[in-house]
Design a protein around this ligand. Structure first.
Ligand code: CTP
Ligand code: MG
Length: 229
């Protein structure tokens, strides 16, 4: 069967500040999002892609076909969490409420297949989880003047990546409940935490970079080649 993957790509890329949203800026000669979608579609356990686009996105090329796998699109919302919920609601009916789905940022083109495999195996056995990595650096608390006023414990602190993997129904319910409370959880795991779940943290490679600033493109180009296959 395989897993459907929801790809939020409805952001505006304000921190990059380009002439178009970052997912359409060139990376190694092609729009960034093409690399992300290609890498997901090339994974043998990915069944289809649900790409969440800005309403009336003029840059989406239209009928995309990737390795013979279905690609659907839907319009997203103001926050990433709104976009992901719209994506979940637009999944084909063949994806049951109890089926696992992946959510992966369009802005993370360098995800490794080996990490996707580990997530599918470990989070699938644990009722849901996410890729991430334990914090490496010493963590400081800043005051309003940018002075370091405390050193936070680094133990048990993780950075959260994507893909994140949850069952379709419970994830949609968690996102809907968060929205009802006026919250915009920054990732799927946060929505699940708010709903009382404890998603499994699956350690992934640090090079699963989320392209965030203009300077990240050069690094992503390097990492893209390094993480292929
Ligand atoms: N995203 C989305 N819908 C939103 C906001 C973000 O689908 N309302 C997507 C982005 O397109 C991106 C992913 O969520 O693929 C992660 O978000 P982020 O890195 O913050 O991208 P942007 O919001 O586009 O960038 P910025 O915050 O700098 O404006
Ligand atoms: Mg954003």
């Amino acid at each position: 069967a395989g897993f459907w993957c929801v790809v939020p790509a409805a952001g505006r890329g304000m921190r990059v500040g380009g002439d178009r949203p970052k997912q359409y800026l060139p990376l190694a000669g092609r729009p960034l999002i093409e690399h992300t979608l290609e890498r997901l579609a090339a994974h043998s356990r990915v069944a289809g892609l649900l790409v969440v686009l800005a309403a009336d996105d003029p840059l989406w090329p239209g009928h995309v076909q990737l390795r013979g796998k279905p690609v659907r699109t839907v319009a997203g919302g103001a926050e990433r969490s709104d976009s992901v919920l719209a994506g979940l609601d637009a999944l084909p009916a063949e994806v049951a409420a109890g089926d696992f789905v992946l959510v992966h940022d369009a802005a993370r083109p360098c995800v490794r297949h080996a990490d996707i495999d580990r997530l599918l195996d470990l989070a699938g056995a644990a009722d849901g989880g996410l890729l991430g990595a334990p914090l490496r650096d010493t963590l400081k608390r800043a005051d309003a003047r940018g002075r370091s006023v405390a050193t936070e414990p680094r133990e048990a602190r993780w950075r959260a990546f994507t893909p994140q993997m949850f069952r379709r129904g419970p994830l949609a319910a968690a996102l809907r409940e968060a929205a009802r409370r006026g919250l915009a959880p920054s990732d799927e795991a946060m929505a699940m935490e708010l709903a009382g779940h404890a998603p499994l943290l699956v350690e992934g490679a640090e090079d699963n970079l989320k392209v965030t600033t203009a300077a990240d493109f050069a690094l992503a180009e390097f990492l893209l080649a390094k993480t292929a296959g």
